[in-house]
Design a protein around this ligand. Structure first.
Ligand code: RB5
Length: 142
């Protein structure tokens, strides 16, 4: 299960991503926001981060205007490794090296075509499980 959420700035891109997940047959839960009315990104970033940290969902996708606010917020939750990606190389590397469990996107930064490629890369790339990466991840918290 994928947790997805956005503020108003990411709402339109979130709709495109959910349609894409539907096409791929991937299950997701939409944690809001549910319209383009102005709202506060921490509300939705926290909901998605808690769903992933609590084990309700395996991965999360967060979208706001820049991707910055949601990524800062998500990374405050213990157990969350949220990566703000604007390219596929970063999305692949953060899965392989950081075992990132939440992807943040900036809807005012990347176009929908690139965003969907980043989403696919993030969802389809496994963690490398290399010992050095396992060790470094274990050093992130605490
Ligand atoms: C909303 O205008 C904007 O501040 C928000 O979407 C996000 O970019 C914050 O980091």
């Amino acid at each position: 299960m994928i947790a997805i959420g956005s503020d108003h700035g990411g709402y339109a891109l979130k709709q495109e991503i959910m349609a894409h997940l539907d096409k791929r047959g991937l299950a997701y839960r939409d944690y809001g926001t549910y319209s383009e009315a102005s709202c506060d990104y921490p509300v939705y970033a926290k909901a998605v981060a808690k769903a992933v940290a609590g084990g309700e969902c395996e991965r999360g996708i967060l979208i706001c205007g820049t991707g910055i606010g949601v990524s800062i917020t998500a990374n405050k939750q213990p157990g969350i490794r949220c990566a703000l990606c604007g390219d596929c190389f970063s999305a692949q590397a953060t899965r392989e090296h950081n075992d990132a469990n939440v992807l943040a996107l900036g809807a005012r930064v990347v176009g929908p075509g690139l965003a969907l490629m980043i989403v696919d890369t993030f969802l389809d790339t496994p963690f490398s499980n290399d010992q050095r990466h396992v060790r470094r991840i274990s050093q992130i918290e605490g």
